[in-house]
Design a protein around this ligand. Sequence first.
Ligand code: C2E
Ligand code: CA
Ligand code: CA
Length: 556
Amino acid sequence: MENDRLIRYYELLEQLLTTMNDTDDFTLDKLNVSLAELCKLFRVSKGVTEFYKSTSNEKSGRGEVFVCYDSGEGGREVMGRRIVTKSMAVAKCRVYMPADAEPLTDEEREKIDLILKTVLSFVGNNKLQKMVERLTFYDDSGYRNLRSFMRYIEQLNEKKRLGTHTAAYFNLRRFSQINQEIGRNAGDMVMRSYFTMLEEVIGDDGIVCRVGGDNFVAAFDDSLLIDVLEILKGVPVTYDASSQKRVTVSASTGIFRIPDGFVYEDPGDIMDKILASTKVAKNNESENIVFFDDKSVAVNERLADLHRLFPQALENDEFKVYYQPKTDIQAEEIIGAEALCRWEHKGEVIMPAEFIPILEQSSDICRLDFFVLERVCQDIRRRIDEGKPVVRVSVNLSRKHIMDADLSDHILEVVDRNRVPHELIEIELTESANDVEFKEIKRIVSELQQDGICTSVDDFGIGQFSLNLIRDIPWNVLKLDRSLLPSDTDNPHSTRSVMFKYLVAMAKELGLECIAEGVETENQVNMLRSNSCSLAQGYYFDKPLPNTEFEKRLDK
Ligand code: C2E
Ligand code: CA
Ligand code: CA
């Protein structure tokens, strides 16, 4: 090669290497410019570099063009080079010359070959780096993963910008139920759409990542908090565009608004905070979103402690059955009672509102419910043996029991072993709008009914109740929830008063016994009287009483 061209060649080669090594400012355009110059220098009409993720992708032609120079003169392939990386990815380069061009000399071929090798190794590395990045920072379904989140937090920390950000951990509410109802594929689609909604709101001012299952984390600029919360509190998500089918998706969320000047030892510190708040949110039916403060961590630790202490506590007899009388307001006498559980632990009385939700996260609740049933049967048996008056006692059974195919046999076993007449036991269950559960409840209630054990719909009025569902199951008792009961300030024409009246009448018509829960004042008792609801339970008459006190009341 003559001197001038040789010098030009080295200049261009240097430019090419500089472009490739300039990690901060590298662009494909710059690379293309260098390569185009080189092509012209060697009479090359076209140079194409391709990348395939695997050799099988190469066979089927599923690759991508990385750089390409094309003078438009056409031509035939004169040289090529191909490398296969350790991970079986393929980088390939082909060089074309016009048919009438002077053929390449050996020296020229050597020089071109050097360029090809340089470009290929660059393409291989660069693409590989991206692939490694994908594997490292994304999960199999293409969601950013926990490592992405941690890296983002580290970057914010380095730029000292943590203080203007909010971190969140969230778990989709009842997502397994959504999956069950609409199918797994549609469920995946719902999750994807929900995720995309959040990504769109957050844009470049933060990050959303999936950490496994239906759990996610996010970090974003404080200014976006309201918009993000809007989505987390619950939004309809379309999963079948053609028929516009939608489900509402919401999330149990823990939020940490990172304070100015926040210092951490490890990015995991932020994770711990949002995780702790999420656990509190999950245990709370009414509040989806919990902001981190040190208190929520304390609550959380306490819940974990209670869960851990449960088995031992059950053995140590720390659970006590209290009885809340049910009163016939006409006759002014106790006609029954509800068994309610208390946990007496180291001199402290723990209320069910605190421990029932944790026990319901596992089948521990079932052990507790059967313990209560057992105690109730023993107490009744003892009174019968002592020749004292007894009343019917209701026992709460958690929804968790519904999946027990032999539930009614298990109940009967306890009742019969204690030789308790069936009519003295009542089982309280809550209603359900879910089809599967509904069928099971219907089966259980029917079986119990056949054996002469009463059943009641507990907390009626809290859910989206449907009298149709009530009518389809042979319940004995309707327990009207406290929230339906008109308060002293309600006038007789208020929606609540009218609704209450209507429900009492409906229950009667359906042949159900009807009892009002949470009766606290004399006015309420009068209101019950005027609506012919003759049964009541509430603080006005009695609080839940320890067994000894309850028995004294019965003896009177
Ligand atoms: P629930 O079944 O609706 O029980 C009635 C709750 O209302 C009881 O709370 C009772 O103390 C309270 N209450 C009664 N009268 C009044 C009133 O006049 N005013 C007000 N404000 N409240 C009143 P408690 O004993 O704290 O139980 C709370 C819930 O815990 C129960 O609600 C029930 O769902 C659950 N629970 C209690 N014991 C058991 C159990 O052994 N097994 C199961 N599965 N759940 C239980
Ligand atoms: Ca109850
Ligand atoms: Ca209730």
